[in-house]
Design a protein around this ligand. Sequence first.
Ligand code: HEC
Length: 121
Amino acid sequence: MTPGILLLALLGGCTGDAGGADTGVCGHEPALTWANFGQGWMDKHCIGCHSSLLRVDQRNDAPVGVDLDTWEDAVTWGERIGARSLGEGATMPPGGGPSEEERRLLSEWLECAVLPAGEAE
Ligand code: HEC
């Protein structure tokens, strides 16, 4: 399985119908974007360790270069964000924290905005 297919399996697959209000994975109104969702999620849950603004000794061992400050970062790391933050075995953030609803929205944003942007590049 390619990583892309694995992530789609993890996210439950897209049921299509992007225009439907409450049907389909991409039904959120307004559509989830970096500005109205992703940035806030990363600020709250990830950049305490994954920010280019942190010194190496402030990153709590988060790998140097795995930064989640910008939309471009999100596109670069989209598949790994999903792999580490969604599903039964989610390991990011390491201490937990995001509610089930927050994780559901993350999966929608990844599938409907981030991964398509990555594929378009
Ligand atoms: C308390 C510090 C901390 C926070 C907060 C944190 N991480 Fe991490 N992250 C780490 C550490 C340490 C590693 C390296 C060890 C590992 O991979 O488990 C890492 C590694 C990663 C990697 C690279 C490894 C891979 O699997 O590709 C990704 C991607 C990642 N984290 C995503 C996230 C996301 C998304 C969030 C927010 C939901 C987050 N992290 C929050 C500490 C943190």
